[in-house]
Ligand binder design. Structure first.
Ligand code: NAD
Length: 736
């Protein structure tokens, strides 16, 4: 064995210790499954073994299943010549048999006597299959490790706990008690996991193994029979057809549907597995869970979510697109120019990540204002127990707020976030570069100005780049890195290393109007305001977006990002494009709101009305004085298609024009950047799910009715003709 170490101590306790070679965290692989199966066979079959402890030789127990397995299983099933569902179901059931073997531990099926006690001893984090293994054991010990997180995060990547975690946890804690783990994917500290009932004992780290062994040696036959294997078992909180259980299920089903709008298949499958499984015996429930798992593994949405939200996101974070031959360029001292909303945010996340930061503004008062913003964020961290007072003091000690350019000496990266004005930006670029070593990198956080133009103010365009953060910086996980015409590989590598230090997700794109994310977001809002101008009911627009799985509708998004920003972008774009500017009746809607002083949430008035506390109270009906409601309203499907294609066509064009170099970045960037329907895996995955032919058909219908902005592109038509998918055509080796 190479993944699981096996030893038996003098008292007869077999210790099965997980230690995946060459990895800092255990993950379950095909070979791992075979080895742990063999290890349990050995321990259960050896008369000298009295009990078993399952633990890890690493600081954590396990990060979960190697999610590549799921993609492989699906591909192998499809290639097997058998019905894919049958092959996948068998694979899932193999896992169940292994866990059930651990749980029954060789006991007599009738008397339930003679089994060997099995304890789970987790030194640190235990996620997914890591915890599911624990749930099959008879007692769970967790080390009192402040860094440990215990839970079942599967739902967050589009699947659900399918190795018995669903069935066991519901039978242990009831539907309500299991919900935070199953439906929210909540990861808990060992103490919280114990309070929630998923863990039995939290012990000091150095006493972990001894405590588990002692329990194993003292456990009685009755101690190792699971409640559901004993006579008279009743589900906590009641099974579905008891008065209490009925209320929970009925409410739960409605809540899940409301939250997911029916577009997340995993939440629905999870609910079905719970509901159906709760009405039958344990072994039948496991088979039901396996059937729903099979259903989910074959669902294209789940496959796309795993690919974008897990595999490709991680690949980008690990430097998939980083220039290979540039050595590590981690940032030590960062300069931030402009201590406004973005500058303060960038300085905050960087100082939090351990960098020394100089935050500059025009005068000391402006710089101090930025510092006050940061202090506010740190205070909030302390209040929410994410940071200790000492750590806060350390972060503050790394920050200098000043108007003095000489403080930038020694900085290896500068990020400029001053006003969106080329002349102001050119001026601060020159002043800052005068203080910097020749090899320092200069970045701009501009959201609209071409990087190649701004680079003209720099002494060296090769070391000049765009690093575009989203607002609020501390919450938004995407960072868009933009290469100007002359940007060199070291500037790209530096930016990627910086983003890695911040633990955010980068995409690297080429320089073109609005780069990638804003290029897609702006037409999304534009299409929505155009519909308002046409007299389409705003509630229909917002609900269509929600049904597509967007976290916020486009009109709400307009209010959040502010109407004056939309007006400013509109004006600047008109000026820059001249007669090429595509006329949009939606501009009149933005103008009307702007003229009425309804600038969005910050003014407590926009597309929506707000109460004094800034809470939305409903859509503003006054808009219809300017743009009367049409007598005939379109079908919701047409509204959905318009909102979707407004974004998807821009994403495809960005690829065709070379702004995007990698569809993985297009998909991951869309979900993290503006919440693009996560269930779809991103715009390119969405096209793959529908099929290019169907997408072209929708485009043709929309173009005929609403104009050439919906024309399908050359690439889409070509793919439709050939029956191709993006993930075959552009990333054959990487497709999951
Ligand atoms: P802001 O107005 O909040 O902050 C700009 C800061 O720059 C102010 O503190 C101002 O005093 C300072 N400043 C102006 N001229 C200066 C000079 N000559 N020297 C030093 N400091 C100077 O603006 P913001 O929203 O933080 O945006 C900053 C940049 O980030 C802009 O380029 C903007 O396009 C970009 N951006 C903004 C967002 C957003 O959502 N607000 C998102 C991405 C990028």
């Amino acid at each position: 064995m190479t993944i699981f170490n096996y030893s038996v101590d003098p008292e007869g306790v077999a210790v099965i210790s997980w230690d995946l070679p060459g990895a800092s965290m255990n993950v379950m692989t095909e070979q791992g499954i075979a080895e742990i199966d063999a290890a349990f066979d050995k321990a259960l079959g050896d008369p000298a073994v009295k009990g078993i402890v399952l633990t890890s030789a690493k600081k954590d127990f396990a990060g979960g299943m190697d999610l590549n397995i799921l993609g492989r299983a699906r591909r192998e099933a499809e290639a097997s010549g058998r019905a894919p569902a049958e092959a996948i179901f068998e694979g899932v059931m193999r896992m169940h048999h292994l866990l059930r073997k651990i749980e029954l531990a060789g006991m007599d099926p009738k008397t339930k006597k003679g089994g060997k006690p099995v304890a789970w001893a987790a030194p640190g984090t235990a996620a997914g299959i890591g915890l599911e293994l624990g749930l099959a054991c008879h007692r769970r010990f967790a080390a009192d490790n402040p860094k440990a997180k215990i839970g079942l995060p599967e739902i967050l990547v589009g699947i659900f706990p399918g190795a018995g975690g669903t069935t066991r946890l519901v039978r242990m804690l009831g539907v309500m008690g299991a919900s935070p783990f199953l439906f929210e994917g909540k990861m808990m500290s060992p103490k919280a996991a114990k309070a929630a009932g998923a863990v039995d004992e939290v012990v000091p780290a150095d006493a972990l193994l001894a405590a588990a062994k002692a329990w194993v040696l003292n456990a009685s036959d009755a101690d190792i029979v699971k409640p559901w294997d004993a006579k008279g078992y009743k589900m906590p909180g009641g099974a579905p057809y008891t008065p209490a259980g009925f209320q929970t299920m009925a409410g739960g089903i409605a809540m899940i549907h409301g939250r997911t709008q029916g577009v997340y298949p995993a939440a629905k499958a999870l609910m079905s597995a719970i509901y159906e499984g709760a009405q039958v015996d344990f072994d039948t429930a496991i088979r039901i869970e396996a059937r729903w798992m099979t259903n989910i593994m074959l669902n294209p949405s789940s496959a796309a979510m795993i690919r974008s939200l897990f595999l490709n996101k991680e690949a980008l974070e690990k430097g998939a697109v980083r220039p290979k031959d540039v050595p590590d360029m981690s940032v030590k001292k960062l300069g931030v120019l402009g201590a406004g909303m973005m500058g303060a945010g960038i300085a905050y996340v960087s100082a939090r990540a351990g960098m020394e930061v100089v935050l500059m503004d025009r005068d000391q008062a402006a710089a101090d204002k930025g510092l006050a913003t940061i202090t506010g964020l740190l205070d909030d961290d302390v209040k929410k127990k994410r940071l200790s007072e000492e750590a806060k003091a350390e972060v503050l000690a790394r920050l200098t707020a000043t108007p003095d350019y000489t403080a930038l000496k020694g900085a290896d990266l500068v990020v400029e976030a001053v006003f969106e004005d080329p002349a102001v930006k050119a001026n601060v670029t020159k002043l800052a570069e005068a203080e910097l070593a020749p090899d320092a990198i200069f970045a701009t956080n501009t959201s609209t100005l071409p990087i190649s133009d701004l680079a003209k103010a720099s002494r060296n365009a090769e070391r000049f780049i765009g690093i575009h953060f989203f607002s609020p910086v501390h919450r938004m996980m995407l960072v868009e890195i933009i290469k100007g015409e002359k940007t060199g590989p070291e500037a790209v590598a530096k930016s990627l290393d910086f983003v890695r230090q911040l633990r955010k997700t980068p995409i690297v794109v080429n320089d073109a109007r609005f780069f990638y994310a804003n290029r897609c977001i702006i037409p999304y809002g534009g299409e929505a305001s155009r519909m308002v101008a046409e007299g389409i009911e705003p509630a229909l627009i917002e609900n269509a977006a929600k049904q597509l799985g967007f976290p916020v509708g486009p009109l709400q998004l307009g209010d959040e990002t502010s109407i004056d920003l939309a007006e400013k972008i509109m004006r600047a774009t008109k000026e820059a494009m001249g007669k090429d500017y595509p006329e949009n009746a939606g501009d009149d809607v933005v103008q009307a709101l702007f003229d009425a002083g309804r600038l969005g949430r910050k003014t407590k008035a926009g597309y929506f009305d707000y109460d004094e506390a800034g809470k939305r109270t409903g859509l503003w009906r006054g808009i219809h004085d300017h743009f009367p409601l049409a007598e005939e309203q379109p079908d919701v499907t047409e509204v959905k298609h318009r909102l979707m294609l407004a974004q998807v066509l821009e994403a495809v064009k960005a690829l065709e024009e070379g702004v995007l170099e990698d569809i993985r970045e297009g998909d991951v960037g869309a979900i993290l950047g503006w919440g693009f329907a996560p269930w779809s895996g991103g715009p390119f995955s969405w096209v793959d799910i529908l099929g290019a032919q169907e997408v072209v058909r929708i485009c043709d219908a929309l173009a005929q009715k609403h104009g050439p902005r919906f024309n399908a592109t050359k690439l889409l038509r070509d793919m439709a003709e050939k029956g191709e998918r993006f993930y075959d055509r552009f990333a054959p080796a990487k497709a999951a």
